[in-house]
Every structure is written in C-alpha cells, then in structure tokens.
Design a binder for this molecule. Structure first.
Ligand SMILES: Nc1ncnc2c1ncn2[C@@H]1O[C@H](COP(=O)(O)OP(=O)(O)OP(=O)(O)O)[C@@H](O)[C@H]1O
Ligand SMILES: [Mg+2]
Length: 508
C-alpha cells in the first residue's frame, strides 16, 4: 500500500461481522498507521461505522483477527481498546450533560476522578487544552455547549486517556462550514502529533482535502485504499458505487403557474426561539428554499410553522386557514408535514420497525373505523421502502438496526406516508451517500410535479440552487431577499449571506 510510512497501530485480518442476515463486514483486511488521517467512505450501509466499531472494540469480530502494535489481541472490548490507546467519537456523543467540561474530560480517566483536586484538574485541563488549542472553558456545563464544542470535549477526553487512534464517525454532519474547517485543522494537529485519525464521512471534498489515505467500503467489503494525493473525486465515487455516477441532480420540474394556490403563507413571523421577522410563500407544486447559515433561524422558523414552537407575532396561513397556534398533530392531519433534521429526537422510534414508524405518522389517515388496516400498512411501508431504496429492504426490521443514512430515508418515508399537501424538509440529505442523494432529489422533484408544496432547508446550498424554483436568503432570523436560483450563482448567494446589512432589502 502507498501512503504514510508510520508504524502500523491497528491491523485487521479477514474480519467478518454479521447482524442476522446482514453481512456487515466481509473478510475485511486493513491497517491504520501512526501519523495518518485515514478516511472511510462508502454508501449508506457499506459497513463504515461497523468497521470503526470493530477497531474501537465496541464490536468484536465474528471471525478474523485484530492486531495492535503488531501483536494479535486475545480479548477485544472498549475497555481493552481504550487501554491500548484506541477511542471512538460516536455519532451520538456520550458525555454527561450536568458535569463541567473539565470533569467530562477526566471522567473515568482515573480511578477517583471526583477526588481529584480542583486545582490539579484545572492545571491538567489547561495543559491538555493548550496542546490542541481549543480554548474551551473548563467550568462550562456540557449541557450548555453547542455540538461542535461537545465534540471537542469528547476529543480531549480521548486524548486524556492517551488515545493514539481516534475514530470519528461523521463528526462534521452538524457543524457549520467554519467549525468544519476547525475540525479539519484539529485532525491535522492530531496527525502531526503521531496519532491516527480515522475519519468517516460523506463529505468527499473534505475527505480529499484532509485525508492521507482513503478506504472505500462497499457491501461490507474493503474495495480499495487510495493514496489521497493521487485520487480524484470521480474515481472515489465510482469506486463507492461500483458504477459510474449519474448526473448529480435531476431536471428541475416546471415552475407552477401564477394561478397555483399559495399553500403556505408566512408573514412577519417572530418567535422567542430566534426568528425575528420572516416572510415567505410556497405555492402548490413549488419548491422553495431557505438559504442561510447554520444558526440563522431557519429551523426555528419551520418548527413554529409546523406547531412545535409558539408564534409570538406574525401570521401563518396553510391553504385558506389561519395556521397560528396549531399543534404538530393538527398539522399532520391537515397534510402539513415536517421532516426534521434531528432524526432521533423528533423523528423515529428506533426500537420499532420501519412499518410501525410509518404507521405512527399516518394513524389518522389509515385507521378505518378505529381499526388499522394492517395489510395496507404493510404495502405502503414496502412501497415507500422500495421508492426510497431503503436497505435492507425489509420494513419489519427495527429502524435502530439501519445505518445512519438509511434511517434518514425511513424518516422521509414516514412523512410521505401521511399523504402531505405541503412538506417541510430540514436537511433531508444529511448523512446520506451520493447515490442515495440523487434518489432523494428525484423524489423532491416528483413531489412538486404532483402538486405538493415543498419548503427546503439545506446547508449544502447547491441543493437549493439546483432544485428550488425560488429561495429566500435568511440571516439573523430575518428573510432579507428573495432570489430565483436559475438567475444567480452559489457564489453570489454566499457573498450576500456573509455581507448582509439587515433591513437593507427587507422581503416584501
Ligand atoms: N446493531 C446492528 N444491528 C443490526 N444490523 C446492523 C447493526 N449495525 C449495523 N447493521 C447493519 O450493518 C450494515 C452496515 O451498517 P453500518 O452502520 O456499518 O453502515 P455505514 O457504512 O456506517 O452507513 P451510513 O453511511 O448510513 O452510516 C447495514 O446493513 C446495517 O443495517
Ligand atoms: Mg454510519
């Protein structure tokens, strides 16, 4: 293999992992080395997280061997892995919210952490923090931190335990562009200190920019390990998919005529969650985007429209009805659905099957005289699973068994089962692989063609620029301009988002 010549820290030989009928890892052999950033890429369900978990001792292999520092390990679990210097920053962070930053960092790193002298703890924290340059406040409660800082705490925590191999599973999926750059710098810092960073991500540009080696997984197999300096994005995608990639975006559906009814009409919305003054409309058959930076108030706006948060001022109309102060249940029953960005908190019951999750969304629509039509439920679940290419294609499996991207697709399926007239999509392709993104884009286009009003939020601005008929620019809780994507460019939009003079061109 080409690439860095640092010593091999962990090596897998012929590792097998099965979950029931799923062959999650199929004869995987791989090494990771000191002083490298080693990325794992692949489609949803390809086995990336499972591979990371085997390396970190969270799963043990059904067959095959794990070598650490050249010697085979006899027993393999998270405790042993930790003692051997291997840590994983999970997709769902495992911090104690009510403890401080410093307490979390040293939690479990020693026997009697509560007994650690405060001054001592502070000094040690300061030394550690200075090494990586985070500048975290040791006394802040973890509960009050935003996700990017929580990740930093997790990273410090693994360093406090002497980690040399740090597995980061999709660490950037909820970060702003700026935080993403910071995280990439951090990965480089760790690498330069001689650590191995394993970076699992769907952001191929980031992967190409930061990684030394890139391992492509497909169907549980290691397909190839590339030297990142010598590979192009196109080759990566082809290797991930096992075929040439179609064009990324489908054709934009025809814009609805001026006589198409306005289904969503929001005027001067204000909430106490950060929306100051937002106004926009969405017609039947129209795809409308909200373009803004993370934290600009887009998600908060949608939550209020859907009925999750209170409206303080302004008007929301859904069709002919005043839609202020409605509950989420009323919204769903009336055909206004929200696909939330947080699939675990607002979206899915992980212990339940895809069919059950879908049924939960559409109980009102499917109940016949109080009896739920089981057969119909199954056929709807199957139809949607097929349309969204949910894998494995078995609506009876618990959602928690699915890979991250497939959970996202199930969430979308749940919203569609309710038979919406208007659908609000908040980051619908987060954690979804390149191939599946195209499936979701096609679906969005089809919804519009069927006359459904689509309101789309995405931090990948290109998605809105390629799919939407119209879009509003949002900053500091305000819609400050309306654009037609085909008449402008992503660069122009970014320029305007970063150089806003609020109130300068208030939306009419
Ligand atoms: N705990 C589990 N129980 C049952 N099946 C599982 C479990 N964990 C993973 N799988 C299955 O193993 C396969 C690989 O999943 P894995 O989570 O490793 O994929 P991934 O490459 O990380 O995908 P994504 O990009 O969507 O996160 C999938 O088919 C998944 O459904
Ligand atoms: Mg995963």
């Amino acid at each position: 293999m080409t690439g860095p010549t640092g010593s091999v820290l962990v090596e897998l030989r012929g590792v097998e992992k099965r979950f029931g009928a799923t062959h999650a890892l199929d004869a995987v052999s791989l090494d990771v080395r000191a002083g490298e950033i080693h990325a794992f890429v692949g489609e949803n369900g390809a086995g990336k997280s499972t591979l990371g978990k085997v390396i970190a001792g969270i799963y043990s292999a059904d067959q095959g061997e794990v070598f650490v520092d050249g010697a085979p390990v006899e027993r393999w679990n998270p405790g042993i892995a930790q003692r051997r210097g291997i840590a994983m920053i999970a997709q769902e962070l495992a911090l104690v919210p009510d403890l401080t930053v410093a307490q979390n960092v040293f939690l479990g790193a020693e026997q009697h952490w509560l007994g650690v002298e405060r001054r001592n703890l502070d000094a040690r924290f300061a030394a550690l923090d200075a090494e990586v340059g985070f500048g975290l406040d040791p006394h802040a409660r973890v509960r009050d931190l935003r996700i990017a800082d929580k990740q930093k705490v997790e990273i410090l925590r693994s360093l406090a335990r002497g980690a040399r191999v740090i597995v980061m599973d999709e660490p950037t999926s909820s970060l702003t562009a700026h935080e993403m750059t910071q995280l990439e710098d951090l990965m480089r810092t760790l690498r330069d200190r001689g650590c191995c960073v394993i970076y699992v991500s769907h952001f191929l540009d980031s992967v190409l920019g930061v990684a030394d080696r890139i391992t492509v997984m497909r169907d549980g197999r290691r397909i190839e390990t590339f030297d990142a300096a010598a590979v192009r994005k196109h080759d990566l995608v082809t290797s991930m998919l096992g075929r040439e990639m179609d064009q990324a975006y489908p054709d934009r559906p025809a814009a609805p005529g001026p006589d198409a009814p306005v289904l969503l009409d929001v005027q001067h919305l204000r909430t106490d969650t950060g929306v100051e003054d937002m106004s926009f409309t969405v017609r039947a058959g129209e795809i409308v985007g909200l373009l803004g930076l993370v934290g600009s108030g887009r998600t908060e706006c949608l939550r209020a429209v859907f009925g999750l948060d209170a409206i303080v001022e302004g008007e929301v109309r859904f069709g002919d009805l005043d839609w202020s102060g409605r509950s989420p249940k009323q919204s769903i029953d009336a055909g206004l659905v929200l696909v939330s960005e947080d699939r675990h908190k607002d979206g899915l019951v992980l212990q339940r099957s895809v069919r059950e999750n879908i049924a939960l969304a559409s109980l009102g629509a499917r109940a016949r005289g109080g009896v739920i039509d089981g057969r119909r439920e199954r056929s709807v679940a199957e139809e949607l699973s097929r349309a969204l290419e949910i894998r494995p294609l078995d609506p009876e499996l618990p959602v928690g068994w699915f890979s991250g991207g497939n959970q996202q697709k199930a969430l979308l399926g749940k919203a569609l089962a309710a038979g919406p007239k208007a659908i609000i999509l908040d980051e619908p392709t987060r954690g979804v692989d390149v191939g599946a993104k195209r499936t979701i884009y096609e679906l969005i286009a089809r919804l519009a063609e069927e006359g459904i009003a689509v309101l789309l939020i995405s931090s990948e601005h290109e998605e809105i620029m390629e799919l939407a008929h119209r879009a509003y620019l949002v900053s500091d809780g305000r819609t400050f301009a309306e654009i037609v994507p085909v008449q402008t460019t992503v660069e122009d939009v970014l320029f305007r988002l970063f150089h806003v003079t609020p109130g300068e061109e208030a939306a009419a």
